[in-house]
Design a protein around this ligand. Structure first.
Ligand code: KG4
Ligand code: ZN
Length: 334
C-alpha cells in the first residue's frame, strides 16, 4: 500500500488541505478568508470561525480530487503551531477526530519547518546543509538546515516580522490587508531610490523591523502636512523605496550568514518569498557570489497544506507520531 497522508493547515487565515502519496503532492486546496480585509489585519475570532466553516468542504475537495478513499489514508497531519490559538484548535481538533475514527496515526507539524520543507515538493531541491531565509507575516528567521528534520535558527527578528513591516506600512498608506502583495505590485512601477528609509543596525544575525514602520509613519505625516495628495501622487515611489529598504536589510544578514557558515546553498521560504523584488535581488546576488538558490513556486510560498503534507511525509518515515492528547502551541519553537 502507498503512504498516503491527508494534511491540514489552519494556523492563520488560510484553511487548507492536501493529500500526499509516496512523497508526491496530489493536490493543495486553499480557502482564503477575505473577511479580514476591511479590518486591516487578521481578526483572530473571525479567523477561527471561518476555519470552522471552510475546513470540511476543503478536506472533502482534497479527498475527492485525490481519487483516494478515506480507508486508503496512512496518517493525518496537522499544523501544531506557531499560529493563532483559536485557528490552530480548529485544525488540531479535526485532525484528532479523523485519525481516531480511522484508527490511523496523527502527525504534528511545525508550520515554520514546513515552509522550509516546501522546497522538497518539486525539483530543484536544495542540498544539505543549506541556509533558508524564512520570511512571513509572523516570522523572519535564518535557519541552518542540516537535514529534513534537523534545523537550527541562527538568526531572527527581535520585534516585527518583515511581512508585518510590509503590511503595517501598507496600512499607513491606506492600502487594504494584506499589504505585502500590493506594495510588491506598486513597487514594480516606482523608483526604489526616490526616498530613503533607515536600515536597522542589529548585532550578529538579528533583524529589527519596527524602526522602518515608525520612520514611514513620520515621513508620511510630514509630507501630508505640505501636500494632502502626497501618497496618491507618489505611491509607486514610496512602495518601491520601502520594499528596497526591507530587501536590503534581509540580504545583508543573509550574505553574512552564508559567509559565516561557508554555505552556498541558499533558499527562501514563507509568504514574503513571493515578493518579486526579493526573488530578483536574490538571483542577482547569487550570480555574484556563486550561490545555488532555491525559490519556491508561488502557491507554496504563502500558507498551504502541501508543505504540511511534505513535512509529515518525512516525519512518518522517521517514525515521529503524536499522541491523541496533543495540544496546539501558539509560540511553538523548532
Ligand atoms: O507565510 P504566510 O502566508 O503566513 C504566515 O505564516 O504569516 O505570509 C503572509 C505574509 C503577509 O505579511 C503578506 O503580506 C506577505 O506574506 N506577502 C508578501 C507578498 N505575498 C505575501 N509580502 C511582500 N510581497 C509579496 N508579493
Ligand atoms: Zn506561514
Amino acid at each position: 500500500m502507498k503512504l498516503n497522508i491527508l494534511a491540514i493547515e489552519s494556523s492563520c487565515d488560510e484553511t487548507s488541505a492536501a493529500v500526499i502519496s509516496d512523497g508526491k503532492i496530489l493536490n493543495n486546496i486553499i480557502a482564503t478568508q477575505s473577511v479580514h480585509e476591511k479590518y486591516g489585519g487578521v481578526v483572530p475570532e473571525l479567523a477561527s470561525r471561518a476555519h470552522q466553516q471552510h475546513l470540511i468542504p476543503v478536506v472533502h475537495e482534497a479527498m475527492r480530487s485525490s481519487g483516494l478513499h478515506k480507508s486508503d489514508l496512512s496518517a493525518i497531519a496537522f499544523t501544531k503551531g506557531p499560529g493563532l490559538m483559536g485557528s490552530l484548535l480548529v485544525g488540531v481538533s479535526f485532525a484528532k477526530a479523523m485519525a481516531f475514527s480511522l484508527g490511523i496515526p496523527l502527525i504534528e507539524v511545525n508550520h515554520m519547518q514546513a515552509h522550509i520543507l516546501a522546497h522538497f515538493i518539486e525539483d530543484p531541491k536544495p542540498n544539505f546543509p543549506f541556509i533558508c531565509l524564512t520570511v512571513s507575516g509572523g516570522h523572519t528567521q535564518l535557519v541552518l538546515v542540516r537535514d529534513y528534520l534537523d534545523m537550527e535558527i541562527i538568526g531572527e527578528t527581535t520585534d516585527d516580522a518583515v511581512g508585518e513591516a510590509f503590511d503595517k506600512t501598507a496600512k499607513l498608506m491606506g492600502l487594504p490587508y494584506p499589504g505585502g502583495p500590493l506594495i510588491d505590485k506598486c513597487a514594480q512601477l516606482g523608483n526604489p531610490k526616490a526616498f530613503q528609509f533607515p536600515i536597522s543596525d542589529m548585532p550578529a544575525l538579528s533583524f529589527s523591523f519596527s524602526g522602518i514602520k515608525t520612520a514611514v509613519m513620520y515621513f508620511l505625516r510630514d509630507n501630508l502636512k505640505e501636500n494632502p495628495k502626497f501618497i496618491e501622487e507618489n505611491l509607486h515611489d514610496i512602495c518601491a523605496s520601502i520594499q528596497y529598504t526591507l530587501i536590503k536589510t534581509l540580504m545583508q544578514k543573509l550574505k553574512k550568514a552564508a559567509k559565516e557558515y561557508r554555505i552556498k546553498e541558499i533558499a527562501i521560504a514563507g509568504g514574503v518569498s513571493a515578493n518579486s523584488g526579493l526573488r530578483q535581488t536574490l538571483q542577482e546576488e547569487a550570480k555574484k557570489l556563486g550561490w545555488n538558490t532555491y525559490i519556491p513556486k508561488f502557491e507554496y510560498c504563502t500558507d498551504n497544506a502541501a508543505m504540511i503534507a511534505m513535512a509529515a511525509h518525512f516525519k512518518y518515515l522517521a517514525g515521529e507520531f503524536s499522541s491523541i492528547d496533543v495540544v496546539p502551541e501558539a509560540r511553538m519553537k523548532f
